[in-house]
Design a protein. Sequence first.
Lengths: 326, 326, 303, 303
Amino acid sequence: MATVRSAGLAESINATLADLLEQDPRLLLLGEDIGRLGGVFRVTRGLRERFGEDRVRDSLLAESTIIGQAVGMAMSGLVPVCEIQFDAFTFPAVNQLVTQAARIGGRWNGQASPGLVVRIPTGGGFRGVEHHSESNEALFARFPGISVACPSTGEDADQILRYAVTLGSPVLMYEPIRLYWRRDAVARDPEPARSPTAARVVRRGADLTVVTYGAITHEVLEAAHALACDVDVEVVDLRWVAPIDMATVLDSVRRTGRLLVVHEGSRDVGIGAEIAASVAEHAFDALRGPVRRLAPARRAYPPADFEKDYMVGVQEIKDEVLVMTK
Amino acid sequence: MATVRSAGLAESINATLADLLEQDPRLLLLGEDIGRLGGVFRVTRGLRERFGEDRVRDSLLAESTIIGQAVGMAMSGLVPVCEIQFDAFTFPAVNQLVTQAARIGGRWNGQASPGLVVRIPTGGGFRGVEHHSESNEALFARFPGISVACPSTGEDADQILRYAVTLGSPVLMYEPIRLYWRRDAVARDPEPARSPTAARVVRRGADLTVVTYGAITHEVLEAAHALACDVDVEVVDLRWVAPIDMATVLDSVRRTGRLLVVHEGSRDVGIGAEIAASVAEHAFDALRGPVRRLAPARRAYPPADFEKDYMVGVQEIKDEVLVMTK
Amino acid sequence: MALKSESEYATDLDDGTRRSLLRHMLVARRIDEEARRLQRQGALDLWLSCQGQEAAQVGSALAVGPASTVFPSYREHAVALLRGVAPDELVAQWAGRTFCGWDPRRLRFFPYTLVLAAQTLHAVGYSIGQRLQGLEDFVVVYVGDGATSEGDMSEAMNLAAVESAAVLFICQNNGWAISKPAEEQMRTSVAERARGFGIESVRIAGQDPESVFSVCSRATAHVRGQRAPCLVEIQVSRFHGHSSSDAQEVYRSAEDIARTRVADPVTAYVARLSGLGVVNARWLDDVEAEVRELRERLVKEYA
Amino acid sequence: MALKSESEYATDLDDGTRRSLLRHMLVARRIDEEARRLQRQGALDLWLSCQGQEAAQVGSALAVGPASTVFPSYREHAVALLRGVAPDELVAQWAGRTFCGWDPRRLRFFPYTLVLAAQTLHAVGYSIGQRLQGLEDFVVVYVGDGATSEGDMSEAMNLAAVESAAVLFICQNNGWAISKPAEEQMRTSVAERARGFGIESVRIAGQDPESVFSVCSRATAHVRGQRAPCLVEIQVSRFHGHSSSDAQEVYRSAEDIARTRVADPVTAYVARLSGLGVVNARWLDDVEAEVRELRERLVKEYA
Ligand SMILES: Cc1ncc(C[n+]2csc(CCOP(=O)(O)OP(=O)(O)O)c2C)c(N)n1
Ligand SMILES: Cc1ncc(C[n+]2csc(CCOP(=O)(O)OP(=O)(O)O)c2C)c(N)n1
Ligand SMILES: [Mg+2]
Ligand SMILES: [Mg+2]
């Protein structure tokens, strides 16, 4: 299995943020402990020293304040890039995100286009304590007016961020915590995505399509490589879960005839459901067998000792692919 | 088309609440304006006079306070039945619902089982102003530890409430605003649901299964009756969207070979996606054609003048059924 | 400057300002009456009347001046009209045509927010954002007594205090949040609560537009001078139900409603300025004629 | 009763109480040291040290008495131990075994809440619920300085004030919310903020367990006597980083950290009681022996 070395996600995002701050005076960063400390994951390390405390702002400890204030700043013409400290702490800000940030454009009859980005460290696998390992991207994917990105590499995060700050409506970017410092990755198909918002076929294959996104893309690729002699798996990295690039997914399934969706967020009413349902509607005739989803069951992310049972691993992915293709 | 007269949903819920308050001294009601006023929809009318202000409590104007306080009350052994004034105003309480109410049982290692019900007026079609016509049940359906009910009749609401107060974990009940005072309904198959949490086949049919829930069940039944000469439609009223009674759905689809899901909440990453995905996985071989979903697109509920275009009506349901069966 | 109690403010307004106050109050009252009528006829889906709150709204809106940016709640119709929102633009959202009938940017009067207290954080964020860009950062945000219970209001006060943001909070305490009396919504007052966060505040009666104007002028000067937030709590009366869907007779005593109506700030100010000779019948007729035209245009557009 | 400032409290505790305070402080310190060690060895995933906050925790926990129900935040290890949580039960959640290692109901010490300030509303609701059932309704809720910025904290204070709930809020202000200094988190103090909501409050230094005990005893008497909430803000020092993952050297000056350590409440109280002859070497040895056993059991279970 060919692996490549690359910058960790944290390093890559840090560099992109620095570059964006450099280029656009309207941009500022806002979040708990992002300044002095450089963030609990050190993603914003060094930026306060470089750009000053006005532009790299240690916010109050209140997530509704972070987003509500950012909405106002965006109205004033700034482009706030917020950080929520851990995925689960987005909940106190749900009201400001869903009923306010997402709706300003419509409420202002298109006269306001808030540039607003929210970076959210997400996902498990690092023995986090309660509430520190969640994957809640599907919550926001339902809501109109919000875009949701889930990069699995530093390059994607870079492209997403650069696009997000220009979009004029809120973008949430979910950053997998366990990729922040990971430096080696399974090699990917070199063909780039068609556009900043497009999905990307990261491995070409003929027998079965796996649609995935975020950190677990790495496990999917690993499984695909491990199975290479038996099954030729195509892997689609969605990169965005709202809106979803269904064209790329449908195109792939029409070629392979089989669909497996794999994600780290829990299964029920999740992104996998949306993909499976769309494929079962729009590529029904191409399907050679049932569409399947592989994702944690609908239960709380458990204490660290039990997270292995909860999370989907390379072995389960391999097993699932084999069941579907035998 | 046979229609029957029945008590409106508001009247029915009022009677059930009165009965529950009568029977169980641990039960209390908590919500904005539910006491003196009897609720903005008058669902709790007369109850404060009858049971006193301690048990029918006009809460502070803060949804996080309502739920957070109810969590504490539930810990003390009471069974709070809360009301949120309109669906969209649940958002300030999302944190208390998802990270707290839903997780107490697990956090206490099963030693606490909070009895906690939240009644939420939902849905559109009455020319409501911004934020007053939403259907956000799918948001909560994702989260473990919360059950979500969506009754379409007074009898179902009654059965759901009586079950919910005994469950020992939070239940959200979405009450369609436009059914509060509606007194006539298309006749339903008399066979009752197998259990309080089961879906119910409200119309037997052979050609196609429509899975639906909540207020729009009435439009689905109307459409089914209107098409009766051409297509024999089976209608499944889910009644609960979390957990979902997939057995009843799969059983139906295995008989009819076709699935259409209809709901009022927006389509993407919604309940319909979950149903369609599960059917495409577990009843794939029974399917005679693509599964389809009929639900509003991913955009904000519009101003009243445009709600007709947004909502799914009887005509669209009929059209969809005909397309799928021709 | 520390804010003083209402009685310490001399109300030495010039006659032009006084007439301006009265004119805006009369316009607001008449448009509100027309909107209520339109609602009863089915032309509007809903109406939240501002009757009884005109002195508070006009007095404060005139005091803060046109350079300020206003974040309203949803009942600030008198402020809206004073700011240049046309009557037909004002009612458009209550007729189900749009979420905001006016041009928020041009008027610096932002859209109504129906999710209570959410706008308070936007207001503070906007002020900070303006300041960071070296732009006019004086912001006024309106909020009701009931809405102050929402966490966002407290968070906004804390943020404004910590950032020393140039935000004037105006709480119109009309004694009710739908059916919940303000005394049961809080133990103290909104003004006391603001001080707890480190925000200077004052609580005043809202019957007399001149004292409201004076207090809000000084509060404005304070915010601009100190570049620090300030809160003015204005006690007003709500004449009608919470909205056109609300029958306040269910939860409010007949005497209380009657008492409210007697203390009508509009009729009282008409009487006062007439008595002082600041306005006369001719002036009043002119205003009524002007208003009649506005109403006719409104009726033509909506009825 | 109005709460008085710290100096007005005579500290006329009996020697038994004094020894009890010291004993609990020593146990907490040693268990915390062991937990830090276990974390460094990889036996615990994370540890949030309570070192420097023992006087505040032990003084308050002893004062409120065993009949109270405690809603902790997540750093109240000294309170936990005093309440009867065994050391291995205490660290179980930080070792990834469970979300709560003890029996919350039996100990009336409820699970830690990691979503900041959420527990403040539970505490008030619980107290109201108990009162409605005619049961013991005295509740103590702990919260950090940073967490008070969350809307839930303000909502809880308002609810407690309006309902006159028997809740004692204890804010341990350790000067930091991870890397954010408390002075930048608020303009005033948590105590002042509480008063704004109509809650009696007092702000005290948290070095001396006796004055904490006295103040919290009176606050308890106030809550129980008046059936009204009360807030005690206790200024404490955080010796170590926010958690074992946090290198406070990045954002905190070396002098500040050093200053903190000098003012160690545990060593100071050992010295004081030794000097007064309330404890002697033998007594201290006995405590250390007892603690050694607890530590050994802990290490056996986790290392
Ligand atoms: C978050 C939220 N919860 C509930 C409501 C429903 N609601 C609309 S207005 C209102 C009362 C508001 O009272 P107050 O703030 O005093 O303003 P007033 O209507 O008296 O001007 C309520 C409960 C809402 N709009 N938003
Ligand atoms: C809602 C929420 N936001 C953010 C966090 C992350 N977080 C955990 S502790 C902490 C700082 C808390 O500071 P403080 O309340 O002063 O308590 P201390 O840790 O100093 O005891 C933060 C930001 C969280 N746990 N919950
Ligand atoms: Mg009011
Ligand atoms: Mg702290």
